[in-house]
Design a protein around this ligand. Structure first.
Ligand code: PMV
Length: 338
């Protein structure tokens, strides 16, 4: 049977997507900017099957990760969505074929290291190929966004990426594009893993709750200036400028989560221990700035010679189980078809 494999990076958001203005179309309230990660990746193979979809998510140790019923439905719905694109393009007639989907992650799933972003970006590219579709990067990012995991849109283009919120009612102008290629700036994202269990409140729920926070409107008024600052910092390769936004945005995301109608607490004592160490490192002159996604693990952004010092200090912390060191990566691409 024919099979198609795609690889996609996870990405770390410098400015955060948190809250959805249209859940069905996965449309954000504002633009966000991110960096694609070289070590946190998903490789997904899609093969035709005679009957019934089979879906397997495989972790870094080769272990099969239990997939929730919701997760299974989200993947099947995305395959249905892509089948619809194939019918429009005339490459599919009638029923959607069934597939075996095997998704291999280099990072622990569900721990706030955006395995859903890399997973749905890789699925989009591999399944599109299985439907004989070869979307351009803009179209692929719109399709990846429609998976329901919006940040997957940012895992499609290369390097440093901006996801435009867009204003069209149908979401056709809400896509991600590359601002700079991976070799523009040798930043590192050192992920300090303090916990590998899946988070209890998925991002989808967090997006739903976000507007109920009394701080949400104020946050929306601040993000455009933060995006401008990130764009300037990238252009000038100014880590101090970038770092100031990183930490404001990470703390803002968690403030919103913790003050939503149903408060969501993603940070643990171990998270705070790492944040404290990052501040200590900075006072000692090392370039180190933290950011967080919707999980307890900490992303420490650094560059050049300071990376080794930062990695050594984090390794020495009792709270840290392991590190994943990422450089800036290309976006999603097809690895092969056979
Ligand atoms: O794309 P989702 O629905 O998994 O949401 C991602 C949310 C954050 O990772 C917390 C922030 C972001 O912009 O990546």
């Amino acid at each position: 049977m024919a099979h198609f494999t795609a690889r996609a990076p996870a990405n770390i958001a410098f400015t955060k997507y948190w809250g959805c203005r249209d859940e069905r179309l996965t449309l954000p309230f504002h633009d966000t900017i991110s960096m694609n990660l070289s070590a946190c990746v998903t490789e997904t193979t899609v093969e035709h099957l005679a009957t019934g979809d089979e879906i397997a998510i495989v972790g870094p140790g080769g272990d099969t990760i239990a997939l929730s019923e919701g997760g299974r439905r989200q993947i099947a719905a995305h395959l249905d969505f892509l089948a619809e694109r194939a019918r429009e393009a005339g490459t599919l007639r009638g029923e959607r074929p069934r597939f075996r989907v095997t998704s291999r992650n280099s990072m622990p799933a569900g721990a706030g290291i955006a395995s859903s972003a890399s997973g749905f970006a890789a699925l989009t590219i591999a399944a599109a190929a299985a439907f004989d579709l070869r979307p351009d990067a803009r179209t692929a990012s719109v399709w990846a966004r429609r998976s329901g995991s919006g940040s997957a849109a940012r895992s499609i283009p290369d390097g440093f990426v901006r996801w435009h919120a867009g204003s069209a009612g149908d979401g056709s102008d809400s896509f991600a594009e590359s601002l700079f290629p991976p070799d523009h700036w040798d930043l590192a994202d050192i992920v300090a893993i303090v916990e590998t269990a899946p988070k209890r409140t998925p991002s989808r729920e967090g997006h739903r709750l976000a507007p109920s926070s009394p701080h949400f409107r104020h946050r929306l008024s601040l993000v455009p200036e933060r995006n401008d600052r990130v764009a300037r910092a990238l252009w000038h390769r100014d880590l101090e400028l970038l770092g100031s936004v990183l930490e404001e945005e990470a703390l803002s995301l968690h403030e919103i989560a913790e003050t939503s109608a149903t408060p969501v607490r993603y940070r643990s004592a171990a998270t705070h221990a790492v944040l404290q160490e990052v501040r200590v490192l900075r006072r000692s002159g090392a370039a180190a700035w933290f950011t967080l996604d919707a999980g307890p693990n900490v992303h420490v952004i650094s560059e050049g010679r300071d990376c080794e010092k930062v990695a050594a200090a984090l390794t020495a912390l009792g709270a840290v189980r392991s590190l994943m060191i990422n450089h800036v990566s290309a976006g999603a691409h097809l690895l092969g078809e056979a």
